[in-house]
Write a protein that binds this ligand. Structure first.
Ligand code: NAI
Length: 345
């Protein structure tokens, strides 16, 4: 049996991971705590750890995991900005789930947009109190509006298709534009200036951190709707709040938040929220916050568990070659050809 310490386990993770694990001889030690320097010891006697987006897989954590004999970090997410890949190089293999349901995330982005522009969140609360007034619920048609999509990978391209179905004009920006995709690529500046709605679907990197900042918001149309289902730190929250207060930003739909790490995924009702920025955001009538739930569909959970178990078995049994290994040694993860037989080291 392969033993894996499963950090930040939630009730919705267990059924699918237990099912696929049992089929392939992988036993998960479910831990409610997140992985960090204080909790790394809980991985003792395990061959691998399974982590999610808010676990801290920093250089000291990796070093200690290595000392404990852990040989695999299996991310059950697509994004891997929380893992210090250079620290893992040569010591611990890192695998992820590159795609599990891009539809789940793209559809959630559209759900947030529709909720916001048609004021569904307000109408829902009103009718529950038998308030049938329409005052203040005027929305706008999406048909004919311009949407700017930043990042046209798996999720971004599905979002593009959904928007086209609504009769929207789509502009896109990507550092690596997809050839022959029929997508109209423009500069980031033009996208900011022309879009009624901007949706973020690129990864968090040093280049993209705070790409939505005060200077970017300054260039945007008055009343722009900003959707972020990607990673919180793509948006400078302080600048967003200023943009909303100045009535420049018409609405924000946020599934992710830059300081979400200790807050999201937990029931904090009945507690004082110690994050002033998040409290201010949630108090705004034109801001919708969901707590990193865009991925959360049955299809996605099944695919995540199945792929993660396959990644673990392929890496720890057999010859260790795994298609979903995150390659650091080539220097450029986006274009890595995995020349060393698909292995990092
Ligand atoms: P992907 O790798 O298929 O696509 C990312 C795209 O971003 C690529 O086309 C890439 O060329 C582009 N890109 C890279 N650097 C860029 C830059 N500097 N500027 C503009 N574009 C750039 O990834 P996928 O599967 O579409 O996921 C996108 C993001 O969605 C992930 O990185 C992750 O952060 C987020 N995500 C959020 C989830 C949620 O539950 N809220 C679930 C899954 C992913």
């Amino acid at each position: 049996m392969i033993q894996i310490a499963f950090y930040d386990a939630k009730a919705y993770d267990k059924p699918s991971f237990e099912k696929y694990g049992a089929e392939q001889g992988v036993c998960f030690r479910f831990l409610e705590t997140k992985l960090n320097e204080d909790t790394v010891e809980l991985a003792r006697d395990c061959q691998g750890v399974c982590v999610f987006v808010n676990d801290t897989v920093s250089a000291p954590v990796i070093e200690r995991l290595y000392e404990l004999g852990v040989r695999l970090i299996a991310l059950r997410s697509a994004g891997y900005n929380n893992v210090d890949l250079s620290a893992a190089f040569g010591k611990i293999h890192v695998v992820h789930v590159p795609a599990y349901s891009p539809y789940a995330v793209a559809e959630h982005a559209m759900a947030l947009l529709l909720t916001s522009v048609r004021r569904i969140h307000k109408a829902y609360n009103r009718t529950r109190e038998f308030n049938f007034s329409l005052s203040g619920l005027t929305g706008f048609d999406l048909h004919g509006k311009t949407v700017g999509v930043i990042g046209t990978g798996k999720i971004g391209r599905i979002f593009v298709d959904i928007c086209r179905g609504f009769g929207m004009k789509v502009l896109a920006y990507d550092a690596f534009p997809a050839k022959d995709s029929g997508i109209e690529y423009v500069s980031l500046e033009e996208l900011f200036e022309s879009s009624h709605i901007i949706s973020l679907h690129c990864p968090l990197t040093e280049d993209t951190r705070h790409m939505i900042n005060a200077a970017a918001i300054e260039k945007m149309r008055k009343g722009v709707v900003i959707i972020n289902t990607s990673r919180g730190a793509l948006v400078d929250t302080e600048a967003l709040l200023k943009g909303i207060k100045a009535r420049k930003v018409g609405a924000a739909c946020l599934d992710v938040y830059e300081e979400e790490g200790d807050i999201f995924f937990e029931d904090r009702s009945g507690h004082i929220l110690n994050d002033e920025q998040l409290a201010r955001l949630i108090s705004m009538p034109n801001v919708i916050v969901t707590s990193h739930q865009a991925f959360l569909t049955e299809e996605a959970l099944n695919n995540i568990a199945q792929t993660t178990v396959n990644n673990i078995v392929t890496c720890l049994n057999g010859d260790g070659v795994c298609q979903n290994e995150l390659c650091y040694h080539c220097g450029n993860i986006q274009s890595c050809k995995k020349e060393r037989k698909e292995k990092c080291f």
